[in-house]
Design a protein. Structure first.
Length: 80
């Protein structure tokens, strides 16, 4: 019997584009499932929202430029 997959949400920093190719290739090839992850990939229309959405706990993971992550930590947003 296969182990139950852990549902995980991943928020991109913009609409899907070539920058995100490795994320989608890994999903298509089943790499996340091999690691026990049922990954739902989500898009945002505003890259500025990613840190706040991750910090709120609405999604598990998010993709963001490091400078924005540091700024969010400086504002006290919990991203762990």
């Amino acid at each position: 019997m296969a182990p139950e997959l852990k549902k995980t949400t991943f928020l991109l920093n913009w609409y899907s584009n070539p920058y995100h190719t490795p994320i989608f290739v890994a999903k298509k090839r089943g790499f996340y499932e091999e690691e026990g992850i049922d990954l739902a990939i989500m898009e945002t229309t505003n890259p500025s929202d990613v840190t706040e959405i991750v910090g709120s706990g609405a999604v598990n993971l998010g993709l963001k430029a490091m400078i924005h992550i540091l700024a969010a930590k400086d504002r006290g947003i919990n991203l762990t």
